[in-house]
Design a protein. Structure first.
Length: 248
């Protein structure tokens, strides 16, 4: 009889589903929040960031319920590819703490993606799970430090005032004017960066390169021979910011 009951119990009992990985899922959701915030600040959808946000959202939802090894491997590879691909952006934007939108957002991307990668790796190696809490705490401390450093650096930025005779060049929603005219010889470009992000002004074929802090303006002196020049922003990801400078 007991054997019969055991068999009936074995048939009726379903093994509980594997627990999810809330640590890695939470880290992935943090990445999503940062990527969305960047696009809100930019006032436009940025396809690569939107694509990564969707992928992280999908894996976060999956990991909240279950934690199969293949999914942890996939999350780890996603985070690793994201980190490696973001290196040029990290190098450029983390060098300019005077532009909080660029500096802090890039720091948060680096930190949240790193925490996600750590979550995936430690999920595959449970014996390493003790590193999860220190990594999360360290990331939070570094994020707070990034905010403080950027606020201090940005407080020392003073926008240049436009003067009579200056040629206005505006950077708006990551675009430059298609065409700007100025007279040959010494002149000044008053470059008004209306975006919260760091930009640059580079005139190809010359030694002109100016850093443009977010939400600020800079006067850039030039002395050009007659001709047609291309001016652009050489920050990675801003390749569409180009215009023609006609010097007569």
């Amino acid at each position: 009889m007991s054997t019969t009951l055991e068999r009936q119990g074995a048939v009726g009992v379903t093994a509980p589903p594997a627990a999810g990985d809330r640590y890695t899922a939470g880290a992935a959701l943090a990445v999503v929040a940062v990527l969305i915030a960047i696009q809100v600040l930019a006032r436009e959808v940025i396809p690569p960031l939107a694509g990564f946000a969707v992928l992280y959202l999908v894996v976060a939802a999956a990991l909240a319920a279950r934690r199969p090894r293949w999914l942890l491997v996939a999350v780890g590879l996603l985070a690793l590819v994201h980190l490696v691909g973001s290196v040029p952006f990290f190098v450029e934007n983390l060098a300019h703490p005077e532009s909080p939108a660029s500096f802090v957002s890039e720091a948060l991307v680096a930190l949240t993606v790193t925490v996600t990668l750590v979550g995936a790796v430690t999920g595959l190696r449970p014996s390493w799970s003790v590193a999860r809490r220190p990594v999360a705490v360290g990331a939070a401390v570094l994020a707070a430090l990034a905010v403080v450093v950027s606020l201090i650096a940005s407080s020392g930025v003073e926008a240049d005032t436009r003067r009579d005779g200056d040629i206005t060049v505006e950077a708006v929603r990551s675009t430059f004017p298609e065409r700007v005219e100025l007279a040959a010889g010494a002149s000044v470009l008053w470059v008004d960066n209306q975006d919260p992000f760091h930009h640059t002004l580079v005139i190809e074929g010359t030694d002109v390169r100016a850093a443009l802090p977010g939400s600020s303006a800079v006067r850039v002196g030039v002395d050009l021979d007659p001709g047609r020049y291309t001016f652009l922003c050489d920050v990675p990801g801003h390749e569409s910011m180009q215009g023609t400078l006609d010097v007569r």
